[in-house]
Design a protein around this ligand. Structure first.
Ligand code: UDP
Ligand code: MN
Length: 323
């Protein structure tokens, strides 16, 4: 009887061991993620969910990052948030412009996109676009009054002011976190270096702009680290002869000058920038960026109007497609 039991036990033993090993292997396998990953990774995410700054510090830092448990002697100050205010309006190329812009912004750490539609309501196209853009954003809208929609009149005044109002309201109660604001039209071209330059703005910083004012570029003239004049082909007598794409303002300056806005009344065409900057700074105070304003890091590009001569008046296709 005993020997029968023994022999049965030794026959079963290997099978029992196999089952135990298989169960053990299965529980060690990592669990499948609950939510599928997006089809792209909007930005590199460091431990703790913070976005990895764009090329900040030395290349050796990546290696150091893997060893993050080691205490750092001097923790770095928080990276100032860059607020980009973009006025935008509905037209055949709108989604293409916004796509190019988002592709640039997605590579910039700690950027908050304030997109202001020139419209009576937020459009579905832009809402859908932002939902998939992978960028911290605020979606606003304000229509330009009909009487101001004429050639020769400044564009996007109301939209830029709406962006400013949102920023001021958002920061009205708390002590302002470090931040920098700039006006990013939806059709310009921005190098990534530009964001590194503007991020260190203390009050108001300036730099050259390419393909603007009827010249290859315009730029602030700098002597001994100070702006002393303007290289421009158009109305050099403007106090600040600079394009909208050529400056950034610290959040602190925006908050301590609560009345500074873009004006319709009394503002001549092409004087928007100058009239705005006059309210918040002086030429002597300007901080030249981009190697004392000798490098072009942003271009005032303009997209050609598309040819829709063969577009049918009524839907001929079998499906309705957003472009
Ligand atoms: N814009 C707008 N409403 C308009 C015309 C322009 O919101 O009726 C926006 C446009 O999307 C862009 C900015 O205002 O972000 C400047 O317009 P545009 O690029 O046409 O001007 P320009 O290149 O002549 O400075
Ligand atoms: Mn433009």
């Amino acid at each position: 009887m005993k020997s029968v039991l023994f022999s049965r036990f030794f026959i079963l033993l290997p099978w029992i061991l196999i089952v135990i090993i298989m169960l053990d292997v299965d529980t060690r396998r990592p669990a499948l993620p609950l939510t599928p990953r997006p089809y792209f990774s909007p930005y590199a995410v460091s431990r703790g969910g913070a976005r990895v700054p764009l090329r900040r510090g030395s290349p050796g830092r990546d290696a150091a990052k893997r060893n993050e448990s080691r205490p750092r002697p001097h923790p770095e100050p928080p990276l100032p948030t860059i607020y980009a205010i973009t006025p935008t309006y509905s037209r055949p190329v709108q989604k293409a412009e916004l796509t190019r812009l988002a592709n640039t912004f997605r590579q910039v750490a700690q950027l908050h996109w304030i997109l202001v539609e020139d419209a009576v309501a937020r459009s579905e196209l832009v809402s859908r676009f932002l939902a998939r853009a992978g960028l911290p954003n605020t979606h606003l809208h304000v229509p330009t009054p009909r009487r101001y929609k004429r050639p020769g009149l400044p564009r996007a005044t109301e939209q830029r002011n709406a962006g400013l109002a949102w920023l001021r309201q958002r920061h009205q109660h708390q002590r302002a976190q470090p931040g920098v604001l700039f006006f990013a039209d939806d059709d310009n071209t921005y190098s990534l270096e530009l964001f590194q330059e503007m991020r260190t703005t203390r009050k108001v910083s300036v730099w050259p702009v390419g393909l603007v004012g009827g010249r290859r570029y315009e730029r602030p003239l700098v002597e001994n680290g100070k702006v002393v004049g303007w290289y421009t082909g158009w109305r050099a007598d403007r106090p600040f002869a600079i394009d909208m794409a050529g400056f950034a303002v610290s959040l602190q300056v925006i908050l301590s000058n609560p009345k500074a806005v873009f004006k319709r009344r009394g503002s001549q065409p092409g004087m928007q920038e100058s009239d705005f900057l006059k309210q918040i700074t002086t030429v002597e105070e300007l901080e030249p960026k981009a190697s004392n304003c000798t490098k072009v890091l942003v271009w005032h590009t303009r997209t050609e109007k598309v040819n829709l001569a063969n577009e049918p008046k009524y839907l001929l296709d079998t499906v309705k497609i957003e472009v």
